[in-house]
Each structure stands twice: as C-alpha cells, then as structure tokens.
Design a protein around this ligand. Structure first.
Ligand SMILES: [Zn+2]
Length: 134
C-alpha cells in the first residue's frame, strides 16, 4: 500500500467504526429506517448461470446450467436472510422487553406471521402491542 492508500484505508476504517457505533446506539425503528436488516447480497438470477456448450460443434445448441454455482449463491443468500431475521428477532424482542419471556418464540412467530407482509416495522408494532399482555 502506498501512502495515499494508507490514508484511505484508515479513513474507511474510521468511517466503518463510526457507523458501527451509530448502529449500536440505534433503536430498532432507526435501524429499520437505514435498512440495517435488509439483505445486501444479490439474489442470483438463473440466467447468469446458463451458458452455451463449448464443445465446438457448429450445430450444438446445448445450453449448460451451472446448478452448483447457482445453488451455492442462493444458499448464501438464504443463510444471510436467516441471520438477519434472527438478528431482527433478538433486537425487537429486547426492545419490547420480551427477551426473557419463556413464550418469546411463540409471541414473535405470531407477530411475524400476522404482520411481516406489511414490513418489519409492523412486526415491531405488533410486538409492542403484544408485550402489554405479558
Ligand atoms: Zn456441445
């Protein structure tokens, strides 16, 4: 790394730590607003994993599909989705004071099933309502 690169490197590092500190002090609503729980990975398109056969025959129209590659990227995406969902669950339950409730999983599943199609903010609001009952 040159001198200039080091400068950029440290600047990026400071900015990243700055963000991290801000995120730690944010409540779930604010985190939702900045897309903290959004999956930043790109969902793979099947077409990106299809290619023409390279056998060299002039009449070959075979199309090959790199299934392993597609599935691997899709699995990473799903894994990230699960990670973000459980992170949201942990944060949201903590925020509404249900972290130590023995029924927290059931309560969360109910709020999730009823509200997540309208967005995570709705899930949080439903959890807030439900938390009054417990
Ligand atoms: Zn071929």
């Amino acid at each position: 790394m040159g001198k200039k690169d080091y400068g950029e490197f440290f600047q990026n590092m400071t900015e990243n730590f700055g963000e991290l500190k801000i995120e730690m002090n944010m409540d779930v609503r604010e985190k939702l607003k900045i897309g903290y729980y959004k999956n930043k990975l790109e969902y793979p398109k099947m077409s990106q994993y299809k290619h023409k056969c390279d056998c060299g025959c002039p009449n070959c129209n075979t199309e090959l599909f790199n299934k392993e590659g597609f599935v691997a990227v899709k699995n990473s995406w799903n894994e990230e989705q699960r990670r973000l969902r459980s992170l949201f669950k942990k944060d949201a339950l903590e925020e509404v004071g249900l972290s130590d409730n023995p029924k927290k999983d059931k309560i969360f599943d109910k709020a999730w099933d009823d509200a997540h199609s309208s967005g995570k903010i709705e899930v949080l609001e439903m959890l807030e309502e439900l938390s009054d009952l417990f």
